[in-house]
Design a protein around this ligand. Structure first.
Ligand code: 6PG
Length: 249
């Protein structure tokens, strides 16, 4: 049987054009979804890379091009801190995007980090996601667009190397092995079943790991960003020239 080599799409972008280029792609994707459906479910990435992209989405022309009231916002992962904490991905999105949208606001489904544990948080978030998106399990979940970053260790969302991911779950209680802080993350099953997935990776510090990912080194336990391969034809990688340094594109 012929093995289907599905190539993913890799867009190399100049650093100064990166945020606007990715924001344009997100705008186009949301617009396409809303041409066919009443709502668009959008899962946001955390960390520092997406901040400039969210700011680009929050100002003209894109903030007016997107009918935010028909967008459902979710987080691909969250640090287990209050939403007022500078480490919070919710806070980062609030400051870079939500606070600038005025009344044209999306439905916001943040992780409830006030609950007693990340295990309770994972159960509650899974319930909130299913109630917003419909369906009764991860098998029936299909987000419209998922944004993901990648760490230098090959993690994505808060799926870190060596993490044990519970089968058949939408999200799980995670730990960042570098600083032992608690996190909540959507599972690969929830993230990579999406209609579209956009990875955003910039900086020379990520070049070596990107080379390993695209060379299919290790496996998804060791390099969790390799989970993209299960959805390769639905994935677009936006990488800047620094992150692309070690790739032959
Ligand atoms: C998080 C993210 C995480 C991030 C990568 C890259 O909460 O930190 O979800 O997966 O995307 O660590 O982070 P930077 O964009 O800061 O390099």
């Amino acid at each position: 049987m012929e093995t289907k080599l599905v190539k993913t799409k890799i867009e190399q972008v100049e650093p100064k054009l990166f945020a606007a280029t990715v924001a344009d792609e997100i705008t186009a994707c949301i617009t396409d979804v809303l041409a066919d459906k009443p709502k668009c479910s959008l899962v946001l990435a955390g960390g520092s890379t997406p901040a400039a992209v969210y700011r680009a989405l929050s100002v003209p022309p894109r903030n007016e091009q997107i009918d935010w009231k028909r967008v459902q916002l979710f987080w691909g992962d969250e640090r287990w801190v209050p939403h007022t904490d500078n480490q919070s991905n919710f806070k980062m999105v609030q400051e870079t995007l939500l606070s600038k949208l005025g009344t044209n606001r999306p439905e916001v489904y943040g992780v409830d980090t006030a609950l007693g544990s990340t295990e309770l948080g994972a159960k509650a978030y899974a319930k909130a996601i299913l109630s917003a998106c419909g369906g009764s399990s991860v098998a029936e979940l299909k987000f419209d667009l998922v944004l993901l970053g990648m760490g230098e260790d090959g993690h994505t969302a808060s799926i870190f190397p060596g993490a044990e991911i519970p089968e058949g779950q939408i999200c799980f209680a995670a730990t960042n092995p570098h600083d032992h802080t608690k996190r909540l993350s959507l599972t690969p099953a929830a993230l990579f079943s999406a209609r579209r997935i956009i990875f955003i990776v910039n900086g020379e510090n990520k070049a070596g790991m990107l080379k390993r990912i695209f060379a299919k080194e290790g496996d998804t336990l060791e390099l969790p960003a390799r989970h993209y391969e299960s959805a390769a034809e639905r994935v677009t990688w936006f990488i800047d020239t620094g992150a692309a340094k070690e790739l032959k594109l």
